[in-house]
Design a protein around this ligand. Structure first.
Ligand SMILES: [Mg+2]
Length: 237
């Protein structure tokens, strides 16, 4: 039974992991939002960081999602276009696609295999699509689910089913999921019946980890190592 789709996690998978200081992204936002009052900026940044941590706790414990706007609202901070731009500029250098991806996507498409993305994220689709567009791969993606648009986060099975629907496939046994997190990605994908491949290079923050006894179908060092695996799984037996 050949592989019909490969669905990828984003952070730490399609884009190599960068460890950032979580407080710095909110300081970048608040500095612009409260340009005239540095004390207000510091307080707002602290509230935003606390609100974001609660979002990831809810994702970890309840597999429930949130949006960027929800973080602002929870922190009592008004939306601010220029501040949002400063936040996105802070992230920009940490979002570049893994150099293996363009060739990998092209090779998968040559084989008629669909390409999906499923990311636990508070960011809008437009932000993610701008990043993929910048890196020249947006047109190669058949369908993506950003959890800011749905009620659940990985490892909730509905998140994986939504990603399959977005990629245009129905049979999880003919899907391969690729991710960097044993709990969110590997346990979630296997629970819905997908094959799961771990790329184990990310330094996941301890607060976001959940110990899980799960065995990926494969562990790869580089994304380019995925192709021979997919070919093996697609070969007639
Ligand atoms: Mg990830």
């Amino acid at each position: 039974m050949s592989v019909l789709a490969v669905i990828f996690d984003w952070g730490g998978t399609l884009t190599p992991w960068h460890t950032i200081e979580a407080a710095d992204q909110w300081a970048a936002f608040a500095r612009v939002a409260h340009a005239d009052r540095p004390t207000d900026a510091e307080e707002a940044a602290a509230r935003l960081l606390a609100a974001e941590l609660r979002v990831w706790e809810a994702s970890r414990d309840h597999h429930s999602s949130a949006r960027f706007a929800d973080v602002l609202a929870a922190a009592g901070v008004d939306p601010h276009e220029a501040a949002e731009l400063a936040y996105r500029e802070f992230w920009d250098p940490h979002t570049f696609i893994d150099p293996d991806v363009p060739d990998l996507f092209a090779a998968l498409r040559d084989r008629g295999i669909k390409i999906g993305v499923l990311s636990n994220t508070i960011w809008d689709r437009a932000w993610h699509e701008a990043i993929f567009e910048r890196d020249g791969v947006l047109h190669l993606i058949d369908g993506a689910v950003y959890t800011s648009e749905v009620p659940w986060t990985k490892p909730h099975p509905e998140a994986f089913r939504a990603a399959m629907a977005a990629a245009g496939v129905e049979d999880p046994a003919r899907c391969v999921f690729v991710g960097d997190r044993p709990f969110d990605d590997i346990s979630g994908a296997r629970a819905v019946g997908m094959r799961a491949v771990l790329v184990p290079h990310s330094e996941i923050p301890p607060a976001q980890q959940v110990p899980v006894d799960v065995h990926p179908d494969a562990v790869i060092d580089r994304l380019r190592d995925l192709l021979p695996l997919v070919d093996t799984w697609s070969a007639p037996r």
